[in-house]
Design a protein around this ligand. Sequence first.
Ligand SMILES: [Zn+2]
Ligand SMILES: [Zn+2]
Length: 323
Amino acid sequence: MTSNDALLVCGSGVSTGIPRLSCVLTNASGYAGHYGMYQFCKVCDHALNVPGSRNKRGNVQIAVRHDGRIVLVDAGKTMRESLLAHFPAAKFTHIDAVLLTHGHADAFMGMDDLRDLQMPYKTGPGDAAVKQQSVLPVYCNKPTYETVREAFPYLTETPSPEEASVRRVAMLDFRIIQDKQSFEPVERFRIQSIPLWHGNQYVSLGYIFYALGRLKNAKICHLSDVSEVSPDTLDFLLEESAAAPFDVLLVDCLLKKDWYSTHFGLPDALELVRRLRPKRTLLIGMTCRGFGLHDKMNKELHQLQETEGLRVELAYDGLLCEF
Ligand SMILES: [Zn+2]
Ligand SMILES: [Zn+2]
């Protein structure tokens, strides 16, 4: 018996997306003119001009499939193009629930397009039948909900099914979760939220997905936006890892050499990886500067396998892990 359970990395890049506008315009101008300090950017040039380039990155977004149900984490600015590019090939055909990590544009600003993932259906035969949409549950913490409500008031005022059908807005059912909570967004889909510092005094949520795969013993940990892990959260992650290592750890990694006020860089990400020792680590949220081309950087990271027994790599848009 094979499992249909899978993780799809729909987007793996920084909030600007890659190629970045600043790099493309600097590259086109041939000097560091309007966009300042930069030299020619090989990564953005590759992302822009080479079909299928793994340097091309949308906002961080993943989808997890378990027992035929699909949960999407985040719906940022690039959601539509990421899903168009990567859902069909991975045979991800629909969405059953959405989890939001936090209230920044790269995590939720594509939510208007959720309406087109909610196919209207008829309640009965003939012209008299009323068209209805299914309701999509969206899980987030209270501050994220408040931010979404301000940005998209029409998505948080629940219309009647008939009204939604006429207006063609998404039918969303917001469910507020605590920063640390175990919940089941759809049946048999067990998830734990984890609080992470994402800059000074701002909490984003990480998520652990449990009981995946044919033997129901695979688990994924997704830490997309993190600048610091509190001692409590670290203890929790260490306990989880001691019970059974994560099959996949996705972790924020904006820069290669440096720390940034709101995001891990590679040194922070590797420090966490050395503590948790997951079976496989996918770095996400990268910008173009510093890393160099995707394949070259991954060859460099591959050395960690030989030196420390750690499988660490940059993720790419469209990466599929099956369990
Ligand atoms: Zn660039
Ligand atoms: Zn953010």
